[in-house]
Design a protein around this ligand. Structure first.
Ligand code: G4P
Ligand code: NA
Ligand code: NA
Length: 193
């Protein structure tokens, strides 16, 4: 097991409905030393890839992305979730459906902050169905920029997002891939990587 799988095993809590609670260290209270290790690991996994910007999505992607960005020495842009229908023309927009929250959000990034020459690393805390990720990819495409890589802390391997994104040819690195979890026993099985 790697450092993140070990931490999930120790402090993650399996809830009914295939929900993994990691709010004591990842997406509510945040363990900054763990985030720093995550940054170091992504820096290794994307060694040799030219990256000049990190893109993430609010809320819980932001903390991780900022610490990861220190390892790449690049700025972070986060996509904002917006419920408003009247969105001004100076932003890129993508529609993102949340299965967990059963709602649709528009996700926006100001056109000022993504340019055609940008080489982008997308960072997020979770990958489940991949809707958030598809939204971020579509924003990068709208800007004419390129997605050089995608770094995810926790992928739920039994949901479809990871496979879809890999089949599209993206370089996706997930530090922990959960293949199954059991709310009754608390057991979490990780994919061998
Ligand atoms: P998707 O983006 O991969 O399609 O995910 P989905 O709609 O299924 O998930 C909606 C939200 O729930 C996302 O956060 C996602 O990160 C989070 N999520 C999905 N599965 C789990 C899980 O097992 N445990 C935890 N802790 N989170 C999970 P969000 O609401 O869009 O963003 P945020 O404001 O929480 O960052
Ligand atoms: Na998230
Ligand atoms: Na989340």
């Amino acid at each position: 097991m790697n450092f993140l799988e070990e931490r999930i095993t120790k402090d993650g809590i399996v809830k009914e409905g295939n929900v993994l609670k990691v709010d004591s260290f990842l997406n509510h209270q945040m363990d900054i030393r763990l985030f720093d290790q995550i940054g170091e690991e992504f820096k290794k996994r994307f060694e040799g890839t030219e990256i000049n910007k990190i893109l993430t999505i609010e809320a819980s992607g932001i903390g991780i992305a900022c610490v990861v960005a220190r390892h790449f020495d690049v700025p972070v842009v986060f996509a904002k979730k917006s419920k408003s229908i009247n969105i001004e023309g100076d932003v890129y927009v993508a529609e993102v459906e949340s299965f967990t929250h059963k709602c649709k959000n528009q996700v926006i990034v100001s056109k000022k902050f993504i340019n055609p020459e940008d080489k982008i690393l997308i960072i997020d805390d979770f990958l489940a169905n991949g809707c958030a990720l598809q939204g971020l990819i579509s924003i990068v495409k709208s800007a004419g920029a390129s997605v050089e890589g995608i770094g995810i802390a926790v992928e739920k391997g039994f949901q479809t997002g990871g496979q879809v994104i890999r089949n599209l040819g993206y370089h996706l690195e997930s530090l922990a891939i959960v293949d199954s979890m059991d709310a009754a026993t608390g057991e979490i099985k990780f994919r061998e990587q």
